[in-house]
Design a protein around this ligand. Structure first.
Ligand SMILES: [Zn+2]
Length: 301
């Protein structure tokens, strides 16, 4: 499949050319040379540039790629060859990427007012290869920048798309601090019950538990056993840093229970890409040892 898509995209040749949003211009050049600390006056000083071999202002050749960047919210065109290879490799599990080579060739200096376009073609896909990062494919594209039909710059860009090795969990899971106020909750999970604190005086349910009812101030508290069904109210996908006893990434979900309180626990057996607010879940219990059983969420179908 990877090979077939690669051959097809290579045979397609260069993508349609995409125009830079702005012509080559001095303000963008000024920001770029300031950021890089390049004080050559041929880029920003019209008088010095006029006296130079260029006879006027030019843009730094290494800015070639800058003119045609997508911007923060840009999207790759449908015929972008790197985009096509990235999606087929992602689907095959080669989800991580690292750039390995970038070689630029400049044919001439760009000048303010030049209208730049760019086209890209896939030239080579090599793999699968074993690397120190994991098994992967080397994908090489060549981008060419044009003014009119004149090629002004080229870039060979090679990435390694690799399958990240599965890291086995290390160490023991973190244990909750069990206090007088939360003891009943953890006694419940050991028995497969999700216990929610309830005020004897006014009937208010709440989580996390505390020593006093927040609604009426009563210290006479009991609990109800929740049905254990709810919906994801909010969630995070934890990618980093590594956590003892956990395989990354994992999902931590704040779930709103049918009883009206919200509880935080790990959502297991769900692809992090499929998790969304409103996802129906039910509680399950993950026994760690005789003392500790953690509540976890599972997707409810
Ligand atoms: Zn109360």
């Amino acid at each position: 499949m990877i090979r077939e898509v690669a051959d097809e995209v290579i045979a397609r040749g260069e993508s349609s050319r995409r125009a830079a949003p702005d012509p080559v211009n001095v303000p963008m050049v000024r920001h770029w040379v300031e950021a890089l600390g390049d004080s050559n006056p041929v880029y920003t000083d019209p008088v010095a540039a006029a006296e130079s071999v260029h006879g006027g202002l030019v843009a730094p050749p290494a800015m070639a790629q800058v003119w045609t960047m997508f911007g923060l919210r840009g999207t790759r065109p449908a015929d972008d060859p790197l985009g096509a290879m990235v999606s087929v490799l992602d689907e095959a599990g080669f989800t991580s990427v690292v750039a390995t080579n970038c070689e630029q060739t400049y044919h001439r200096y760009l000048r303010p007012g030049d209208e730049v376009t760019v086209g890209a073609r896939l030239t080579e896909v090599v793999g699968p290869k074993r690397t120190a990062l994991g098994e992967g494919w080397f994908v090489t594209t060549v981008s060419t920048w044009y003014v009119g039909d004149e090629p002004v710059a080229e870039m060979l860009f090679r990435v390694l798309k690799f399958r990240p090795p599965v890291e086995e969990p290390v160490g023991e899971v973190l244990r909750p601090v069990v206090s007088l106020d939360t003891e009943f909750f953890w006694a419940g999970t050991r028995r497969g019950e999700l216990r929610i604190q309830k005020c004897v005086a006014c009937g208010e349910v709440r989580h996390p538990p505390g020593p006093m009812c927040a609604a009426c101030g009563s210290t006479e508290l009991t609990y109800v056993v929740a049905q254990g069904v709810g919906e994801v109210y909010s969630f995070v996908v934890h990618h980093h840093p590594p956590m003892p006893g956990k395989r990354l990434p994992f999902v931590v979900a704040l779930v709103e229970l049918a009883e009206g309180v919200r509880l935080l626990a790990e959502l297991i057996d769900a692809d992090s890409a499929d998790v969304r607010v409103g996802l129906p879940v039910r509680v399950d219990f993950q026994r760690i040892d005789d003392e500790l059983t953690l509540p976890v969420w599972r997707v409810r179908s």
